[in-house]
Design a protein around this ligand. Sequence first.
Ligand SMILES: Nc1ncnc2c1ncn2[C@@H]1O[C@H](COP(=O)(O)OP(=O)(O)OP(=O)(O)O)[C@@H](O)[C@H]1O
Length: 380
Amino acid sequence: MTAKPATLTAAFVGRLGTFHLDARFEVPAKGITALFGPSGCGKTTVLRCVAGLSRLPEGVLRVGRDVWQDGARVFVPPHRRPVGYVFQEASLFPHLSVPANLRFGQRRAAAGDHAIAFDEVVDLLGLGRLLDRPTAVLSGGERQRVAIGRALLSQPRLLLMDEPLSALDRFSKDDILPYLETLHDALDIPVLYVSHDIAEVERLADTLVLMEHGRAKAVGPLSALMADPALPLARLPEAAEVLDARVEARDETYGLASVSVPGGHLLVPGRVGAVGSPCRVRILASDVSLTRDAPGPAQSSILNVLPVRIVGAEPTDAHLVTVFLHLGADGQGAPLLARITRKSWDLLGLAAGQAVHAQVKGVALVERGSDPTAKDEDTP
Ligand SMILES: Nc1ncnc2c1ncn2[C@@H]1O[C@H](COP(=O)(O)OP(=O)(O)OP(=O)(O)O)[C@@H](O)[C@H]1O
């Protein structure tokens, strides 16, 4: 009999002041789970309940086999919960050096519990060059990397990240995201990641808890929720599908990799691992258009043209439509989103069930420090 994969089970139902929370979810106790939703929907409150900083009498929280809360009967106090907490603002000690800030995290770890070594954290977060800089002169992104390192060195069983990038400008965000992607691959610590930036969620999360008015409205794998027409996610301006892919071949001459995804093949710019290794690709809905007939070879600068089947369509605004697709002429492959004008939808006479072709103008690798913004008419 195979063991059931470990899960994180949370049920926080009740009132905090005038706010009613009804957050019930079970997610894998591995990878990154994003709590996503508009401002004030209760994301931080859920994290505080998980950390034990807010207490609802009927709350339940299990992390793997450990019970951290079971109603009023069991309540592990916050200082006994092995969680690392990373906030919006990196609250480093300005009078301590960078290594001393990092070692402060190590001091919080249980004696003898050093699964994540200091050097490993320095390496993963690219902190080597920062170790002898005064803490006070670090940039926002550098401070946040140190804060993440400090949290990891406390040897957490669970990492809680509350909008860790939202205080950073676009440039610093892009600087730090590849580090988070690398951590996701390298470490075996489940992460609850609060964000209201869907692009960030798409790049990092495996699982999504969609929050609305204090309620967990939907819970599941990111790509499945993105492809659900009943949810508002696919209609967001930066809606994208993230697909599990496998490297098939590398074309060093053009800096491209050929990857397979369920139901199709894509050419992707950027550095990938060895042939056969897994990777993930992100395809924005706004980078996908539809055509009835695939253009012949050397007729279009868009290299990725894939057979797809239309599952459905929803209006995005007055003139745009979000089209829900499945890869493959038989529609048995991975989900994909396209954003086209309502006029094009009508002119092409498109309808659910039809087999058409998706022209994918931009594909980005989302792991291992590839250039996530690579996009160009002449590259796929
Ligand atoms: N202990 C409490 N007493 C009263 N109100 C509370 C308490 N805890 C949370 N709230 C309220 O719950 C609501 C949700 O707050 P929360 O910070 O969790 O939202 P959020 O989704 O994280 O928002 P943002 O994205 O803006 O950070 C807010 O209106 C907040 O004032």
